[in-house]
Design a protein around this ligand. Structure first.
Ligand code: NAD
Length: 458
């Protein structure tokens, strides 16, 4: 039986209502404190995540911790401006008033993390929530259990539970947490669980950010720099053994360049060395996912890889050629190191085929032609993406990160993250020295004429 979290939520709401979290000084102090704790525990974090799925210290630093540190630094330096009241122009109808937008923290926030980048996907939203002046309960994914336990220790030993607290657990605990009346829920995870979270939030009209997944395509067009494209696709696909929400899920490649490209692609895979002995190639997270991935492989279509070792949960980078949209591997997000290759004769047809699928979290297009870049960007709806690269858009905090349609609701990183945990309160400030009676009854023809003029109608 999962614990009852109503006291935790009540305490956080009381603390929030006391106004303690509001000042930017308090927020900065706690962001600095969090950074200090993370830095102090870097070695422990490396060991925990290594024991969970053999993520190397290079990967832990570059794609987990560095991103969080950068987020903290940016929030500290921009917090004053982000949280400041902004004056906006006032329309003639409200002359001589003044109009303002007051950013206000939403309150008690629940953040639910996914397992594939357990530190980054937990702490990046936490940084945004703290920067915006909220209280936080973090529920990391239970799947990388050593990492989850370490996060709990680091946070709960250093922060008061009425301000920032970690609750460990799986479905039962999350279900219990979701039944509470939060002021904000921020969820990262799969589409099916995203629907559960959305429904639970709807019961109490809680605003949500849903960072979900999907099948992100990468288009390779003729005339693209195939060498660079291959390197960047191999890196983006096999980083974290393909367990990346914005990994290129499948390739859509112009039939004219396919054979040449596949040759280069396979050479690059060999060069980058994704053997089990390579420190920087991670394990598949668990047996369940090994089983799931194995079933996606059609041996007749494998042109590279296909080997796996259940004992150490190693899954070799695998390329499958001549894949069609009907194949098993094309039915759901792969979330592993299998790269299906589909060809097209006409980019228009290819775009239409992708458009028939749920809107992806990311999309990549490799081309030198401006017309092709524009075409893909304008004709396909996707969360975010890159031209002639993969994954890297996540590293620019000026680009709001999030999905569209079934790949998610809302966005974060940088100022967008601050906005995800903020209500922008609009206020019109009117002086009392001027109070014309135009809007007050009794109404006359002249008043109507005046109102029309004030509203800009002839
Ligand atoms: P998941 O949906 O299985 O789990 C996410 C969280 O939800 C975990 O904390 C888990 O404990 C909880 N959970 C699981 N089942 C639940 C249930 N029935 N009721 C309530 N809570 C439940 O996702 P995952 O396997 O951890 O992560 C993989 C998915 O997340 C992929 O689809 C991936 O694309 C997506 N993802 C998205 C992003 C993004 O930023 N958009 C980032 C990483 C992963």
């Amino acid at each position: 039986m999962a614990a009852d979290y109503s006291t935790l939520v009540k305490d956080q709401k009381e603390y929030f209502n006391s106004g303690s979290t509001r000042s930017t000084k308090f927020r900065k102090k706690n962001l600095k404190k969090l950074k200090g704790i993370l830095k102090q525990n870097e070695k422990r974090m490396e060991s925990a995540i290594y024991s969970d799925f053999k993520k190397s210290s290079f990967d832990t630093f570059t794609n987990e911790l560095a991103l969080v540190y950068l987020d903290i630094d940016e929030a500290i330096s921009k917090l004053d401006s982000w949280s400041d009241r902004k004056r906006v122009s006032t329309n003639l109808l409200n002359f001589p008033g003044r109009s303002y937008i007051y950013p206000e923290p939403l309150g008690s926030s629940l953040i639910i993390g996914a397992w594939n980048y357990p530190f980054q996907l937990s702490f990046a939203p936490v940084v945004a929530a703290i920067a915006a002046g909220n209280t936080v309960v973090l529920k990391p994914s239970e799947v990388p259990s050593a990492t989850s336990t370490l996060m709990k220790e680091m946070v709960n030993e250093n922060f008061e539970s009425h301000y920032f607290h970690v609750v460990e657990g799986g479905v039962e605990e999350t279900t219990q947490l979701l039944s509470c009346k939060w002021n904000k829920i921020f969820f990262t995870g799969s589409v099916p669980v995203g629907k559960i979270v959305y429904q639970a939030a709807a019961k109490n009209l809680i605003p949500v950010t849903l960072e979900l997944g999907g099948k992100s395509p990468a288009f390779i067009t003729k005339g693209a720099n195939l060498d660079v494209a291959a390197r960047r696709i191999v890196w983006g696909k096999f980083l974290n053994a393909g367990q990346t929400c914005i990994a290129p899920d499948y390739l859509m490649i112009d039939a004219e360049v396919k054979d040449k490209f596949l040759k280069i692609l396979i050479d690059r895979i060999k060069e980058m060395d994704f053997s089990f002995e390579n420190e920087n190639y991670v394990q598949i997270i668990n047996e369940k996912n090994m089983d799931r991935l194995e079933k996606l492989i059609d041996e007749d279509k494998v042109v590279y890889g296909g080997k796996m070792n259940r004992e150490n949960r190693y899954f070799q980078p695998t390329v499958m050629d001549n894949v069609s949209f009907d194949d098993k591997v094309m039915q759901d997000e792969i979330f592993g190191p299998i790269l299906p290759v589909l060809t097209f004769e006409s980019l228009d047809v290819a775009i239409n085929q992708v458009r028939a699928l749920p809107r992806p979290l990311s999309c990549y297009v490799f081309t030198k032609k401006r017309s092709i870049k524009e075409k893909v960007i304008k004709e396909l709806s996707f969360g975010g993406g890159a031209i002639n690269d993969t994954i890297m858009h996540i590293s620019n905090s000026n680009l709001p990160f999030g999905g569209v349609g079934s790949s998610g609701i809302g966005s974060y990183h940088g100022k967008a993250g601050f906005g995800a945990f903020t209500h922008y309160k609009s206020v019109l400030d009117k002086p009392t020295w001027f109070d014309p009676n135009v809007k007050y009854p009794p109404y006359t023809k002249l008043k109507k004429k005046l109102v029309r003029w004030l509203l800009g109608f002839k």
